[in-house]
Design a protein around this ligand. Sequence first.
Ligand SMILES: [Zn+2]
Ligand SMILES: [Zn+2]
Length: 160
Amino acid sequence: MRNSYYDVAQVCPNGHVASSMAETCPQHRKPFCDKCGEATITSCPKCDARIRGYYHVPGVMLGHNYDPPGFCLSCGSPFPWTERKQQAAIDLFIEETQDQEARREFKESVEQIAKDTPQAQVASLRITRLLEPIGKFTAQAIRDILVDVASEMAKKFLIP
Ligand SMILES: [Zn+2]
Ligand SMILES: [Zn+2]
């Protein structure tokens, strides 16, 4: 009997999943994303390690819920979708404030919340504070983006 194993995922740089089973179902591969048109990848652009896809367990159908990982398991680099979402949140914040210190703090915190560390909680509290003085709609837009990249722990603080 075969053991449990991870398939290979095919994902576009914006984080749209083309296939979570690119290895076992190569016929479902899509060279380009059907949501944004960008070329998809199946391996880390930095170190070429395979992107972990669907987790197969023999005899068990777990359903097909699948979220691509935020970071490469082999080299630790953020994947393109993680970087792009972080950058989008930072860009929105920069539009709202001229305060250089707040901008720097925000950028650092955004990088931290994606990681599953105790610091991520501190970072999400800091982000909540930094978002207080800025426009409600922008603050909500930033939160929506960050929830996608935040680690599970950081999420709890981000969505009160
Ligand atoms: Zn896409
Ligand atoms: Zn890598």
